[in-house]
Design a protein around this ligand. Structure first.
Ligand code: ACO
Length: 332
């Protein structure tokens, strides 16, 4: 069932944090020409959490990371690798993981940001697993943190109804093969790089370039309809690959936790894989699309609700900008 490593990584602790402020579909009706009915039928989203004026991505990461370390009963000083999956860095330099390090107390950890948009958490899970399998790391803190609403164009109704903020975190520790992470797969196709993008603010169109402001290039742009079709196909394929490689079927799964982008994508992927609805976890209705935070937030909610229990087989599958997509099969 496992992938040849003698040692793999298990989830020793989990935590999450959502900012207090809630933005409902009714609030959005007052901001752009949209309706609760349109948003609900097209996306399933009813509300999302939004960072406060004086909050940034790293503040959410610190709360979620501390909760995960508490849950694992691990001393922050024993964390030797801290991975932060995000597409909404606090600032270009230094890395957001460096900025979060002192408050998290992970003083002995190497700190690394992982950039793979909405697939960032599952990508980083695969990275963490390799370092644990080789014995290079024994306690990994992995946080998916995101404040996409800071990069949302609130005049663009095609994107502003979709996103929310939050952070989810896990602590990973060594486990014998057959427990913890059993299989991972990841893929990238950069030919789709323009379909989900924040085109401005980097080295091609630096922040001070007037085009950045005039053409609103620092905000997230998405060709939703085209993304939708590829996302469903890619998520179903990679999930199937991981299940086949592990020699398990959907009947063996206790829960499927897909990236919470859109209820219609989730439903379509679940039905392509033949997974009964009751085994497909969703919280997109309450949190919207939180990108790299989406899967760990959903996992933390599933654990809190008793839907995911120790020993359960759970499949995680993500899809996002790049395009990137990834899947992981875990004995929780
Ligand atoms: N309110 C009302 N009408 C709207 C809104 C809105 N918020 N947004 C768009 N419309 C209109 C459009 O203007 C269009 O009108 P027209 O026919 O007069 O031109 C009509 O609704 C249909 O627009 P579409 O874009 O075709 O709508 P679609 O059914 O594709 O739904 C959506 C749009 C929800 C964005 C969908 O395409 C989607 O979910 N795509 C996937 C996005 C995604 O999940 N990405 C995941 C990975 S990326 C990431 O997570 C960062």
């Amino acid at each position: 069932m496992h992938d040849g490593f003698d040692i793999t990584a298990r989830i020793a602790g989990i935590g999450s944090y959502l900012p207090e402020r809630i933005l409902t579909n009714a609030d959005l009706e007052r901001m752009v020409e949209t309706s609760d009915e349109w948003i609900t039928t097209r996306t399933g989203i009813k509300e999302r959490h939004i960072v406060a004026e004086d909050e940034a991505m790293v503040d959410l990461v610190i709360r979620a990371g501390k909760a995960a370390m508490d849950d694992a009963g691990v001393d922050p000083a024993d964390i030797d690798l801290f991975l932060l999956a995000t597409a909404t860095v606090e600032q270009p330099v230094p890395a957001s993981s460096s900025i979060a390090q002192p408050a998290l107390g992970v003083v002995n950890a190497a700190c690394l940001d992982v950039s793979a948009a909405c697939s960032g958490f599952v990508y980083a899970l695969n990275v963490a697993r390799q370092f644990i399998a080789t014995g290079e790391a024994r306690n990994v803190l992995l946080v998916g943190g995101e404040t996409l609403t800071r990069f949302t164009d609130w005049t663009d109704r095609t994107t502003c109804v979709l996103f929310g903020d939050g952070a989810g975190a896990v602590v990973l520790q060594p486990a014998p093969a057959g427990e913890g992470i059993l299989r991972c797969a990841w893929r990238t196709d950069g030919t789709y790089k323009d379909l989900i993008a924040m085109p401005g603010g980097g080295s091609r169109i630096p922040p001070a370039n007037p085009r950045n402001i005039e053409e609103r290039l620092g905000f997230i742009k998405m060709r939703g309809n085209e993304v939708f079709k590829v996302a469903v196909r890619a998520m179903a394929e990679i999930s199937q690959d991981v299940l086949e490689q592990a020699g398990v079927t959907v009947d063996d799964l206790a829960l499927f936790i897909p990236h919470q982008a859109n209820l219609r994508i989730i439903t379509a992927v679940g039905s392509r894989l033949g997974i009964p609805t009751e085994k497909v976890y969703t919280n997109v209705q309450r949190v919207g699309n939180t990108s790299a935070a989406s899967i760990p937030l959903a996992m933390a909610d599933a654990v809190a609700e008793g839907r995911l229990q120790r020993g359960d087989l759970v499949l995680l599958t993500a899809f996002g900008g790049g395009f990137t997509w990834a899947s992981a099969l875990i004995r929780y």
